[in-house]
Write a protein that binds this ligand. Structure first.
Ligand code: FES
Ligand SMILES: [Fe+2]
Length: 386
């Protein structure tokens, strides 16, 4: 596809990647209306465990109640509107606002007001419960929505469901040391588009992702979510039991390979032959994004991991390398790390935007179709809010 409008992205204007006004509009038009990823249920095992999450314009609390149920509220005190809870923590017996110590139970009911008889003799406490939001579990992940009566999460994710891998993350075990948090000096949509771009895999990642068969990648748009699947490369697949660097995920009768959906608007999954990861893209500023990843592996004895590592050593020796020769410590293109390569590419694209010569001159028919489709979806959400 040739872009007839030089200076523009295939669909969106350049301002979509640079302007604060556009960024702010996305927060209200998209992120305030979507289901937002929070984490895993095991992050909040006990009564009173909570996290706070920014969902567009809204700061929300997810807290586990005495009855074991997760509930979500707006993190806004009903007295003078202060934010009450900090990002992670445990409340002993109530949610207490630090400003004047108004307290709420874990169901959001207002339970205590200091000096109530003197200062608020006529207040009806039943009218000042926390504003309710919504929380739901879907495929081993917690999501929140700012509305008390949102579109159901089953409807929201329904279209993509059958295009996901057979992984069951709720049965897998997270390796906490593998969690990453990366600042990327690029607009969040460049990060998502890079995730969707099948065309770059064989090129930017020529030294780092050769274990997958990029020529046979399959992509598609389902609802507003994106599906991606590609098989294992033949030389890796032919003796996968021996070649896999850690124990295999049970694919049952499903096709083995890597599923990498992007759940609209900003949560990617990487569902591979050996692991399952979340890739959570958080916009910070028009030109700054944070990506947090968390990874789970099959829940099998440690000895199987050691055995897989030993058996596969020969296959992996010299297999992963940088795209260019150079210092792997200082040059992302020599690092042999595909995430570092992606970060580099996103930042290079963002840095070029200020030049009047910047243009997306052409867009690959198949490999970059998801990028165009994604921009079209974003455009529709933005127009719907006008
Ligand atoms: S603002 Fe929360 S107690 Fe006053
Ligand atoms: Fe990539």
């Amino acid at each position: 596809m040739i872009n007839e409008k030089p200076g523009l992205m295939p669909v969106l204007p350049v301002e979509a990647y640079t302007s604060q006004a556009w960024f702010d509009q996305e927060q209200s038009a998209i992120f305030s209306k979507a289901w937002t990823f929070v984490g895993f249920p095991e992050d909040l095992p006990d009564t009173g465990d909570h996290v706070t999450v920014q969902a567009g314009l809204y700061c929300l609390i997810v807290i586990r109640g005495d009855d074991g149920t997760l509930r979500a509220f707006h993190n806004i005190c009903r007295h003078r509107g202060a934010r009450m809870l900090r990002p992670h923590g445990k409340s002993a017996s109530a949610i207490t606002c630090p400003y004047h110590d108004w307290t709420y139970d874990f169901k959001g009911n207002l339970k205590g007001i200091p000096d109530k008889e003197k200062e608020f003799p006529d207040i009806d406490m039943t009218c000042f419960g926390l504003h309710k939001a919504s929380v739901a579990l879907w495929r081993g992940m917690i999501f929140v929505h700012p509305e008390a009566e949102p579109p159901s999460i089953e409807d929201w994710f329904g279209p993509i469901e059958k295009h996901l891998g057979p992984h069951r993350p709720e049965t897998m075990v997270e390796v906490a040391e593998m969690a990453t948090e990366t600042e990327i000096k690029a607009n969040w949509k460049f990060v998502v588009e890079n995730f969707l771009d099948a065309y770059h895999l064989a090129h930017l990642h020529s030294g780092t992702l050769s274990m997958y068969d990029h020529a046979n990648a399959e992509t598609g748009l389902f609802g507003d979510h994106f599906a991606f699947y590609e098989p294992l490369a033949p030389e890796y697949a032919e003796d996968i039991e021996k070649n896999a660097p850690s124990p295999l995920v049970d694919f049952g009768t499903g096709r083995m390979g890597v599923y990498a959906p992007m759940l609209f608007p900003n949560i990617g999954l990487s569902e591979t032959e050996i692991a399952w990861s979340t890739f959570h893209v958080t916009p910070v500023r028009p030109d700054l994004t944070i990506v947090r990843t968390r990874t789970k592996f099959p829940n099998v004895p440690q000895s199987k991991y050691a055995k897989a590592e030993r058996k596969s050593y020969g296959f992996w020796r010299n297999k992963v390398r940088g795209k260019y020769a150079g210092n792997p410590e200082t040059d992302p293109m020599s690092s042999g790390n595909f995430m570092a390569e992606d970060v580099f590419a996103c930042e290079q694209q963002q840095a070029a935007l200020s030049s009047p010569f910047f243009a997306v001159g052409a867009s690959a028919d198949t490999g970059e179709k998801p990028v165009r489709d994604y921009q079209t979806v974003i455009e529709r959400w933005m127009k719907a809010a006008d």
